[in-house]
Unconditional design. Structure first.
Length: 106
């Protein structure tokens, strides 16, 4: 989870950290096949798992106005996968960062 958050905040810094770890023989963070690209479509449950929150939190973010622009939602809904709502991974990460850094009104 820390790596996904770092990548969302600063891709160059994440890449630099990865290179440093690899130079010391640590590759565990690169061997994961489940690394998720920012443009991947995720179900509500997958979105919650991505950022370590309950699916209800994802739904709440999708119903919350973006504090930076009240005409948009904090987490835009992307579409449907069967009966399941979908979201874009990069947008899920952005919403999680806003929530964790206290940028959302309580």
């Amino acid at each position: 989870m820390y790596r996904a958050r770092l990548r969302a905040l600063d891709t160059a810094a994440c890449d630099d950290c990865d290179e440093t770890a690899v130079s010391f023989g640590e590759t565990w963070m690169l061997e994961r096949e489940d690394l998720i690209d920012d443009d991947r479509e995720l179900s509500t449950a997958e979105a919650g798992a991505l950022v370590g929150v309950h699916p209800d939190t994802v739904r709440r973010w999708a119903a919350t106005k973006d504090p930076r622009d009240g005409s948009r939602m904090l987490l835009p809904r992307f579409g449907w996968r069967g009966r399941e709502r979908t979201y874009i991974a990069g947008k899920v990460r952005e919403a999680a960062i806003m929530a964790r850094t206290g940028q959302l009104a309580r």
